[in-house]
Design a protein around this ligand. Sequence first.
Ligand SMILES: [Zn+2]
Length: 560
Amino acid sequence: MSSRPRHTPETHAKGLRRALVLALDGATWDLIRPLAAAGRLPNLSALAEAGCADALPSTVPPMTFPAWSSFMTGLGPGRHGIFDFTQKLLGAYRVRFVHAGDRAGESLFARVSAAGGRVLVLGMPACHPPERVDGLLVSGFDAPVSTGTDPSRASDPALYRELAARVGPWMQPDLAENAGQAAFHERARETLLARIARKRDFTLAALDALGRVDLAVIVFSESDTVAHHYWRDHDPGSPRHDPAASASRKNAVAAVYTALDAACGEIRAHFGEDAACFVVSDHGAGGASRRVVHLNRFLADGGLLVRRRSAASRLDGLARTARDTAVRTLPPRLAEWAFRHARGAAARWESTVRFAGHDWARTAAFSEETNTQPGVWINLRGREAEGSVAAGDYERVRHDVIEALLAWRLPGPGGGPVVARARPREEVYRGPFVERAPDIVLELALEAGYAHSLVPTPWNAPGRTSLRTIEADELSGARGRGMNGTHRPDGVWIASGKLAHPPANLRSIVDAAPAIARAMGLPAWATGDGADPHAPEAASYTPEEEAQVAARLRALGYIE
Ligand SMILES: [Zn+2]
């Protein structure tokens, strides 16, 4: 970068103290601690030593959309309304793709902006369409834009265009385009490293262009992506480990974390080391076990879910094939064109894949089978389109399903539980949007520290049981096998630099934004069980936008 650090005064006329938030998606102390001890993360180590460093419990589920939405608003998912990338429609066996318009609650960025502060927010998930702020907000990897250069992902398209022309776009969909290919793991590491450098350059240029920035929140998703795809290479204890993997693969996690540490150091030096500095992750990461869990198969075995005869399962297979053909076999631009000309295709296909083929009249409970939001819906009469469970039976059925899930054991003597927790949704969430969550909220158990993967039941595979141990040639993951690295509840919290208030440990990610606001001299606001926010506007993505979001999430492995 050409320009020198711009020394902005620590306190402005508005009375705001400046804060930098380095947001490392999916970063975990389980990786940071050993790498720091080996001297590989000098910048994060220095921040942690000088300030408060602790685990930051995520939302339930510990997933990118609900967790960053909680970070932004200081509210739990029941109050901000974002539970997953998709949302089942009330009363319909259909889903749609979620975006920032589904969120209730004011963001930290809007609050700082309203207080006269200038903000720079780069790469924050669940922020599209971008809200208007004083400064610049660029939405994250989930934004439905065709190329990284599309200025519609930014709150200030003209400024975005200018910066992209100078240093390149904030992000390109390069990884998504590689995802289906055989050499993905050999190439993705370099793609991630290049992406970190690009984001660093974009950040420094944006800070220069804006001149005075009171709050900067810079999101790096590379820590999450590298853990999903390279955990088994990094971790010799992983049941999916391949000792014969290349050194490049085995070092990918360390290389990405090291590059992130260096980028964080440069950004902090540029922002000004006198400012408050926070390091936050939305959830942690860990390894996957060799087990995949087919929840609907389990419900069917227990007589709770009934399938229609063969024609229906053929339809199910056809829908999946039609969807996948468009995603996989066409070059990205052509796939995009195809989506644009197949109206409503993405959400419709996704809905068909999740819900088609069930005999609703005889089905009491069903799951969307997404690893990003494990849960079970009761097929409640009067609520669901073809509900079969009478209102008077709802609690009994839900209780029975929970009991069955908790009694589910791994095979063999002393087999541990498959499900760690299964709770009624109102025990997990509070607020006006609890209805958006499945009736039963699940957390799958760990097996020797490794997580099972919830994967859609392959109804066309005869003899497939509800629990499957994947074969040796399936260990790296991909469709039907889960990713080899998965999320964990504990994220990262570091509060360092010059803070207006002494740094404190937090109960959960819900407390992060209010703590940052306090450090900046803004009034804190009610979090957790505080006042309900007003309802969000009821806008939704266009079919083309949904198609693009779906393709990106699928390429990254988040949806099947
Ligand atoms: Zn995440």
